[in-house]
Design a protein around this ligand. Sequence first.
Ligand SMILES: Cc1cc2nc3c(=O)[nH]c(=O)nc-3n(C[C@H](O)[C@H](O)[C@H](O)COP(=O)(O)OP(=O)(O)OC[C@H]3O[C@@H](n4cnc5c(N)ncnc54)[C@H](O)[C@@H]3O)c2cc1C
Length: 476
Amino acid sequence: MTETTRTYDVIVIGGGPVGENVAERARAAGLSAVIVERELLGGECSFWACDPSKALLRPVVARADASRIPGLDPAVAGPLDVAAVLAHRDRMSSYWKDEDQVDWLNSVSVDLVRGHGRLTGPKQVAVHTPEGDTIALTARHAVAISTGSRAALPPISGLDTVRPWTSREATSADQVPGRLAVVGGGVVAVEMATAWQALGSQVTMLVREHGLLDRMEPFAGELVTDGLRAAGVDIRFDTTVTALAREGGEVRMTLSDGGQLAADEILLATGRAPQTRDVGLETVGLTPGDWLTVDDTFRVTGVDGSWLYAVGDVNGRALMTHQGKYQARIAGAVIGARAKGEPVDDAPWGAHAATADHAAVPQVVFTTPEVAAVGLTSREAERSGRRIAVVDYDLAQVAGAHQYGADYRGWARMLVDTDRDTVVGVTFAGPGVGELVHSATIAVAGEVPLDRLWHAVPAFPTLGEVWLRLLETHRG
Ligand SMILES: Cc1cc2nc3c(=O)[nH]c(=O)nc-3n(C[C@H](O)[C@H](O)[C@H](O)COP(=O)(O)OP(=O)(O)OC[C@H]3O[C@@H](n4cnc5c(N)ncnc54)[C@H](O)[C@@H]3O)c2cc1C
């Protein structure tokens, strides 16, 4: 066992998509940087979340789209080629190897230390390497914690006996379970139910709430419910699992209504928890296991001296890769500015303030149909106390939807702040809406006045014409 000591301007603990970007932006600002990663460089997103899940879903969504096209529908009538889909997923997950990401890190001149990183005090990090060595790192300017999140498991009696799937197994499994129970009704639950039902499982969803995707506009969850049920998924609302056991190779569940259910595997998609239990938070006066609260420049609240940052999932602001990478761009730049004594522009929408985290977080749910949303929902708008006009339009009435496929079903909602005459929230649900989300993000983040939006002409015949219809509806 050897001990070594190294000094960098910036130390990043956690080499997921967010940590990688913090380090790269710090380098771009002229600072030296090192990433500490205990598993695979690229993190959850590359290997057990975004990339594998979307690889599993892409054939399902493409087949649903093709099945609506006269002349093409017979070609996609059969089952998916499971082996080919799983091989595609494996390729998109780089076969769970991170050489390409290591090459990229080398190309941007950021060092990598493999091992488990823990704070040992202000600006101090100890890394325990797989070889049993300890490397002591000192930061001249900043330490960024980007250790991400993990699946949060509910306290169900018998849980420790059943080896449940979490999002990790749901995205990396190489066998299709005959029967899969999915506990939860959020994004991971609906996406994985969509994928595994299409791959041949009989999926049963056990949903505590009264609908799916309950943080989004209700019509989104309703359309996704219809899509899943049409695909054969058994969805049970207002249902929790009270006890679990694995017997004779199957998982036996006791449900809140007293009923029993058996499945070959059970996926717990019941939320996320921060990976902060073992990063040495106690050495700087913080509580292990907590989400890390930050200001808009990502400095951790309650720690003096502008040296500790928390970026990405671990701060709990918006658990999505694109938003975490946005945070990383801002954190890297602000760390650079503070290190060089340059002015920090942390006014709303300034270069060093993550204002979009509060106003314009985009999200796409890759189900059949898709959901795309940004900004406020009508429920959130109501709570915010603003004066809001809710503008609805039936997406199926848009010419682009007629071209998109027969029997198109979809819905669009735009929220207008009537005092400022700008769009503060948009939700689309329907086939093909995922690619509409950035138009909505520009409208919301840009605070584009409706009078100017009126001049943004959508091409005919695209789904984007829904913008024109929403504006016309609003103008009456
Ligand atoms: C099933 C699923 C699908 C998803 N799909 C999407 C999607 O389509 N689009 C999207 O935008 N988001 C998606 N997400 C969310 C996305 O995966 C996360 O928001 C993203 O991975 C967060 O990035 P991060 O860098 O903050 O954390 P992570 O990706 O979790 O990376 C954290 C890294 O830190 C490392 N680490 C942790 N502790 C230590 C330590 N003490 N020392 C050293 N290393 C440590 C971990 O090994 C890991 O590599 C999905 C999530 C799930 C679960």
